[in-house]
Write a protein that binds this ligand. Structure first.
Ligand code: ADP
Ligand code: MG
Length: 527
C-alpha cells in the first residue's frame, strides 16, 4: 500500500494544492480509497468522522476532471446532509481544485435560489448539495445532471437518519447509469447497504480499522451526576479543564436554549444552534465559534452534524447520546485530523446502563472520572486571576492608578489593598456542592413539576408577573411556587406537582403581557 501522496500518481497541480493545505501524509482512509477511486471504481468508504473522508473523494474528483473535459454542466455531484457541510465540502474541493481550475459550488436550502441559479448558469464542475435543494433545482431544470460521471454520497448514514433516503434514490435515478459512485459513512445501517447494492457497481469496500481511528486519540470519560446538578458539574469542568473550544450536545432544542442561557447568565461566552434558528443566525454563531469569539457552542445533534472545527478540544455530552452511532458522531467533533481531544459524558445513575450499551456497540472504553473538587475549582480560578494580573502588569496599563495607590499606601498595607481590590473585581469564589453520593436519583425538587411557558424576557415578562398570574388565576399562593427561570423567549416555573394540572389548565392559552401563552409540563431532560 502507498503511504505518501506522491505515490498515488497525482498531478503536480493537485500535489501542490494538497501540500499548501498542510496535508503531509494521507490519512488511513485516504490511503485505501484514493487509488481505486482514481481508477474509476465504485467505493464504499467506512470511517469515523474526522478521518479525512472529504479529501478521500475530493482528490479523485479533481484528478478525474481531465478525463471528462470541461462543460457547462457538472461532471460530479456530492450529496451531503446539511448546509454547513455543503459549504465546508465545497470549500475543501475548491482548495484541492484551485490549481487545476476545478470549481465547486454549494447548493443548499435557505440560500436564495436565484443566486444559486445564477452561479449554476455560469458553468460549474462540481455541485455539492443537500438532497432537498438539489431536487428543487432538478425540477426547475436549473441543474442538468446528464453529464454526471461521478456521484458521491457523503455521510450517507446521516442522510438516512435525517430522512433523505427517498431523495437520495430520486437523484440517483436522475444521473446517467454509466458513472462512478462513491459512498462514505461512519456507520453502515441496513438501508445504506441496500442502497449500495441497488445503485453501485461492484463496489470496493474500504474500511478503516477501529484501532486506526482518530477516535482512539480522543480521551473519553464520564462523570456521574444527578440531573439537577448537571449545570453545576458542567461549569466546574469548564473552569478547571484547559479548554480551547467546547462543543456541548443536548438532546432537545429546548435543552440547548436552557443550557446556553444559563451559561451566558454565569458569564461564559456561549452560543447555541439548533434547527429553529434562522440560517443567517446559525451562520453567524458558527462563525464566531470558529474565530473563538465564542468559547462554547451548545447544539443539537442535527445542527452540529459533520462540522469540522479544528480547535474543538472538548466535546461534552450534556445529555447522553441516544445510541452508539450518535455518540461516535458527536465525539468525532473533537480530535480532528489527529489532534487530541477530550469527550466528556454526563451520566445520571439512571442512564448508567445506556452508557455501557454505547460503550459496547461503539467498541470503546469510557472511563469514570471524578469531578473536580471545590478546592480544585478555587485553585483554577485563582490561577486565572494570577495570570490576568501578570498580563496587566506586563502590559503596563495599570500605572494610571499609581496616584490612588500612593494615597492608599499611606493608610493600609500593600497586601490589604491588593486583596481588597481583588475582592472588588472578582466574582465571589463560591462553589456549590454537588452531591455525588446520592445514587437514588431523587431530584431535590421532586415535589415540584417544572412547567414550560412560551413567554420570556423579550416579552418583558418578570418573575413577579408570573407569580401574580399563577396566584391570581390558579389561586395558588406565591410562597408555594418554586424556582422561576426566565429566558429570552420562554420561561420555566416550578409548581407543586399536585397542582401542576390546575396551573396548566388555567394558564394555558391565557393572555399575558399582550400575548397568548402556552403552558405545558417541561419535558424531562433525561427522557
Ligand atoms: P471526515 O469527513 O472523515 O469527518 P474531514 O474530511 O472533515 O473528515 O477531515 C477532518 C479534518 O482533517 C479536516 O480539517 C481536514 O482538512 C483534515 N485533513 C484531511 N486529510 C488530512 C491529511 N491527509 N493530513 C492532515 N489533515 C487532514
Ligand atoms: Mg465528512
Amino acid at each position: 500500500m502507498y503511504t505518501r501522496f506522491y505515490e498515488f500518481g497525482l498531478s503536480d497541480e493537485v500535489l501542490s494544492a494538497i501540500s499548501s493545505m498542510g496535508f503531509e501524509e494521507p490519512t488511513q482512509i485516504q490511503k485505501v480509497a484514493i487509488v481505486p477511486a482514481l481508477k474509476g471504481k465504485d467505493i464504499i468508504g467506512l470511517a469515523q468522522t474526522g478521518t479525512g473522508k472529504t479529501a478521500a473523494f475530493g482528490i479523485p474528483i479533481v484528478e478525474r476532471s481531465a478525463t471528462t473535459g470541461k462543460t457547462k454542466n457538472p461532471y460530479a455531484i456530492v450529496l451531503v446532509p446539511t448546509r454547513e457541510l455543503a459549504i465546508q465540502v465545497a470549500q475543501e474541493l475548491n482548495r484541492i481544485g484551485e490549481n487545476k481550475g476545478v470549481s465547486s459550488v454549494p447548493i443548499y436550502g435557505g440560500q436564495s435560489i436565484e443566486r444559486q441559479i445564477k452561479s449554476l448558469k455560469k458553468g460549474v464542475n462540481v455541485v455539492v448539495g443537500t438532497p432537498g435543494r438539489v431536487i428543487d433545482h432538478i425540477q426547475r431544470k436549473t441543474l442538468d445532471l446528464s453529464n454526471i460521471s461521478m456521484f458521491i454520497l457523503d455521510e450517507a448514514d446521516e442522510m438516512l437518519n435525517m430522512g433523505f433516503i427517498d431523495d437520495m434514490e430520486r437523484i440517483l435515478k436522475e444521473v446517467p447509469k454509466e458513472r462512478q459512485t462513491m459512498l462514505f459513512a461512519a456507520t453502515m445501517p441496513h438501508e445504506i447497504e441496500r442502497l449500495s447494492g441497488k445503485y453501485m457497481h461492484k463496489p470496493e469496500k474500504v474500511c478503516v480499522n477501529a484501532k486506526d481511528l482518530v477516535v482512539t486519540k480522543i480521551k473519553q470519560i464520564f462523570y456521574e451526576v444527578r440531573e439537577a446538578d448537571k449545570i453545576k458539574a458542567l461549569t466546574r469542568l469548564l473552569d478547571v479543564e484547559d479548554t480551547s473550544l467546547t462543543l456541548i450536545f443536548c438532546h432537545t432544542k429546548r435543552d440547548v436554549d436552557d443550557v446556553a442561557g444559563q451559561l451566558r447568565q454565569m458569564g461564559y461566552a456561549a452560543g447555541s444552534i439548533h434547527g429553529d434558528y434562522a440560517q443567517s443566525h446559525r451562520d453567524e454563531v458558527m462563525d464566531k465559534f470558529r474565530k473563538g469569539d465564542l468559547d462554547i457552542l451548545v447544539a443539537t445533534d442535527v445542527a452540529a452534524r459533520g462540522l469540522d472545527i479544528p480547535d474543538v478540544t472538548h466535546v461534552v455530552n450534556f445529555s447522553i447520546p441516544q445510541n452508539s452511532d450518535a455518540y461516535v458522531h458527536r465525539i468525532g467533533r473533537t480530535g480532528r485530523a489527529g489532534r487530541s481531544g477530550i469527550a466528556i459524558t454526563l451520566v445520571t445513575p439512571r442512564e448508567y446502563r445506556q452508557l455501557r450499551l454505547i460503550e459496547k456497540f461503539a467498541k470503546t472504553t469510557i472511563n469514570k472520572a471524578k469531578l473536580p473538587t471545590r478546592d480544585e475549582v478555587i485553585k483554577a480560578r485563582e490561577k486565572e486571576l494570577f495570570d490576568a494580573i501578570e498580563d496587566t502588569i506586563s502590559e503596563g496599563s495599570h500605572s494610571r492608578f499609581s496616584g490612588l495607590i500612593d494615597s492608599l499606601l499611606a493608610k493600609y498595607s500593600p497586601k490589604d489593598i491588593a486583596a481588597a481590590a481583588l475582592s472588588l473585581i472578582s466574582e465571589d469564589i463560591d462553589v456549590e456542592d454537588i452531591d455525588e453520593s446520592d445514587r437514588q436519583h431523587l431530584p431535590s425538587d421532586r415535589n415540584f413539576t417544572k412547567l414550560f411557558m412560551t413567554i420570556g424576557r423579550k416579552d418583558n415578562v418578570k418573575v413577579v408577573d408570573i407569580v401574580k398570574s399563577i396566584s391570581a388565576e390558579a389561586n395558588i399562593p406565591g410562597r408555594k411556587i418554586g424556582k422561576i427561570a426566565i429566558h429570552d423567549t420562554f420561561s420555566f416555573v416550578e409548581v407543586p406537582a399536585n397542582l401542576a394540572d390546575k396551573v396548566v389548565g388555567t394558564l394555558n392559552d391565557m393572555m399575558l403581557k399582550g400575548r397568548r401563552i402556552r403552558v405545558q409540563p417541561a419535558r424531562e431532560r433525561t427522557s
